[in-house]
Design a protein around this ligand. Sequence first.
Ligand code: FE
Length: 354
Amino acid sequence: MRRLMALTLASVFALSMSACGSTEEAETEPTESPAAETTETNTDPVLNVYSSRHYDVDKELYDKFTEETGIKLNVVEGKAPELIERLTREKAAPEADIFLTVGAESIWLLNEEGILGDYSSPTVEKNIPEQYRGAGWMGIASRARVIAYVKDQVDPSTITSYDDLTKPEWAGQVLARSSESGYNQALLASFVSIDGAEKATEWAQGVTDNFGREPKGNDRDQAKAAVAGEGKLAIMNSYYWALMDKSSDPEEKKVAEQIGLIFPENTHLNLSYAGIINGGEHSENAIKFMEFLSSDEAQTMIAEENGEFPLNPETAVPEPQKSWIGFKAQDLNYEELGKHIPDATKIFGEVGWK
Ligand code: FE
């Protein structure tokens, strides 16, 4: 059954691939000898990275790591489904050493496919709490999917749970992006895992019934639409508010000023994470990079520049995240979350969340 689901997911991923180009192919390190020939790790100062994170801070992290270790990064960027498909295809002779992505829901699929290799690092164990790491992977930072509201139109004390979005009083007032968004799929999958499919269906139906418009755009667009009067409430990731608030675009800054965030009971906290590739040629360097990403230095850069929550408890939480902490997060098993994605996709279809 699990295998079947994995296949279904893999084919969904394969389908969504067709629209993506892969112009970065030439950036991968030319392979000289197949890694399978030897059990020793290649210690060349090179690290082959596949990344579906696409944030400005990542480039700075790469440069900093190279500066500190002399290890040069070859980065292939792409959409997560496209890169996961590629990792699956290359399983016998991996070209990547490490995979950086957002959305812990893909850990399950990677594990089903045997793509992640185990690693051990006392540094990572010290820096990242157990809940946010596992065999073959390590959380980089967390992000909350929360309820945004238009400040001068909503009393935030009246909304304490995700269920509040389904109340009749918010008919025509809820904004959300499409159900094709991985962020929405992970949110609904988390509800399936915690409350079961029936309750998750009721929730998705209630939200869909309250939509102010057909789902479209990205997270920031929901906040913009709310300010433009298309709805009073929106579902969005907290770090996008932080990014809009510090945006060089005055329009975005103005939107952030008019929007507040509600962290509901059992806030959905997802992860961006790093996965080490089973059989990757430069596993030692991959571990070094994970250790770097878990360090206070890197965690501070991520938290300050990308608005995500640091996972290293030693790292000082900057504003605006500092003003948000104290909320209670869902108790999620990140390795199992992805198991519920097919259910979530099915539910979205049933309730008509486009
Ligand atoms: Fe994002």
